[in-house]
Design a protein around this ligand. Structure first.
Ligand code: BES
Ligand code: ZN
Ligand code: ZN
Length: 475
């Protein structure tokens, strides 16, 4: 479904959602319809169905100063409502409300329309598929640019959701890299994929160790957006955890069902790929690089073992005490690889710890790191704007003790307490640049829809980072 702005709308011909404030019904509605709407409005109804034999109409009351998130959710509610009557073409009429309100409502409406149906048989797909195909939005003022930008963001989010929803059998390290190359090239990103040989000659010991148990080779994807009008000279480097499936390896995931959702362990890499794609689609005047190390994590005769000591890309040695703490092994190599770009900051996004998910559930991601506080504040602001919220955890020096090894520079296991923080602390050892770590283990995957955040891969992080960089490019 694609939303198109229209410049004129004067009679109620098509199926229409009318957004307006109570007591401000537009003259579009005749006296009869107004009377009906007013009568129901008195009964505190927020959504009023005025459908006739010819057309379906809904009046949706918007409160002045309504929060963007409430409007997004309302948009999704209306989408679900409309599907009940199988409308195929619809206009959203928002000429009497604030443009921002109309846009938030439309955003929720569109985000809620994501579906992942390809593994149903065809008749089922037809039955389940949202019937609405043509959506027009009327604001009474120009809206093309805003809608086009919104559509670009939504495309990026949907791609991230798709990548997460596909199982390992459909998206492994190689096919992930191929998809990023193809989708990236289409929007003008420069994408380079390092193969196993190149990863070996770079001595990325962490990525190679995790990959040893796999039957598929690893990949390391580098996506660059460097427009001529970039306002920054040092790039922002984004790193995404691409564990295409996490069995835990030889430290096999122990508890019942703890492995079931682990196709989502590449949610960080999906978010970073989609963010770069969105940045290119928006043509933001910023120099940004995305690094996506990818492999699955499995047990096998050749799998890396607990007790093993791995020499990492930057030369540090890591004592492996649990092969299920694999995310930090592959991220560490990518984070130190970022140093060669002399980045403004290195930011990683990763489904890194159960500990982060236990702390916040699906409602927010955990962030922490060594960068100046202003960076965290700006990220938090962007997160609040798009309702992909962030909570900052402490990064006290005392936590460093918990990942010291007696026989190597570091160990990959911190202990029972503060698991999200010790994982972040581990990563901080691999860069000398300002570092930001975002653990998305909680919000990356939903076992039930939460309004417009549909079931499965949520695409968390894409709208957050795109908003952050949009704000950046205006500074
Ligand atoms: N991929 C998991 C983390 C995870 C857990 C993501 C639940 C999403 C939902 C990660 O690789 C992992 O296994 N972490 C371990 C680390 C531990 C062994 C130090 C964990 O959090 O239990
Ligand atoms: Zn793991
Ligand atoms: Zn993992």
């Amino acid at each position: 479904m694609i939303a198109k702005a229209i410049s004129a709308y004067d009679a109620l011909q098509t199926d229409t959602i009318i957004l307006c404030e109570k007591d401000k019904l537009p003259d579009l509605l005749d006296t009869n319809l107004k009377a009906t709407a007013n009568r129901l409005a008195e009964k505190e109804q927020e959504i009023i169905n005025l459908s006739t034999a010819e057309n379906n109409h809904w009046v949706v009351f918007v409160k002045p100063n309504m929060q963007a998130e409430a409007l997004r959710k309302l948009g999704n509610t209306l989408l679900q409502e409309i599907e009940k009557v199988k409308t195929t073409a619809l206009t959203i009429y928002g000429a009497t409300v604030e443009k921002e309100a109309l846009l938030s409502f439309t955003e929720g409406f569109l985000l809620g329309a994501y579906q992942f149906l390809k593994y149903f048989k065809e008749e089922e797909q037809v039955k389940k598929k949202i019937k609405l195909e043509h959506l027009e939005v009327f604001a009474g003022v120009p809206l093309d640019e805003e809608l086009e930008a919104m559509q670009a963001t939504i495309d990026a989010v949907f791609w991230a959701r798709d990548l997460v929803n596909e199982p390992l059998s459909a998206v492994n390290a190689s096919s992930f890299a191929q998809q990023v190359s193809a989708k990236g090239a289409a929007v003008g990103l420069d994408v380079e994929v390092l193969d196993k040989k190149q990863i070996e000659s770079l001595r990325m010991g962490g990525l190679l160790a995790v990959n040893r148990g796999s039957i598929d080779p690893p990949t390391f994807t580098i996506a660059t957006w460097k427009p001529e009008n970039a306002i920054n000279t040092k790039p922002y480097v984004l790193v995404g955890k691409g564990v295409m499936f996490d069995t835990g390896g030889l430290s096999l995931k122990p508890t019942a069902n703890s492995m079931d959702l682990m196709k989502s362990d590449m949610g960080g890499a999906a978010a970073i790929a989609a963010t770069l794609y969105g940045i290119a689609k928006h043509k933001l005047p910023l120099y940004v690089i995305g690094l996506m190390p990818a492999t699955d994590n499995r047990p096998s005769g050749n799998a890396y073992t607990p007790g093993e000591i791995v020499k990492m890309f930057n030369g540090l040695h890591v004592e492996v005490l649990n092969t299920d703490a694999e995310g930090r092994m592959i991220l560490a190599d990518a984070i130190s690889y970022a140093d060669k770009f002399d980045p403004e900051f290195v930011l990683d996004m990763a489904t890194l710890t159960g500990s982060a998910a236990m702390a916040l559930g699906t409602q927010a991601a955990v962030m922490m790191g060594t960068a100046e506080t202003a960076y965290f504040e700006d990220l938090q602001t962007a997160g609040d704007q798009v309702h992909e919220r962030l909570i900052r955890f402490p990064f006290f020096a005392e936590y460093d003790e918990m990942i010291k090894s007696k026989i190597a520079d570091l160990k990959n296991l911190g202990g029972r307490d503060a698991g999200a923080i010790t994982a972040g602390k581990f990563l901080a050892n691999f860069t000398s640049h300002p570092f930001i770590h975002i653990d998305i283990a909680g919000p990356a995957f939903l076992t039930a829809a939460e309004s417009y955040r549909t079931l499965g891969g949520s695409g968390y992080g894409v709208r957050l980072l795109l908003q952050y960089f949009k704000n950046r490019s205006k500074k």
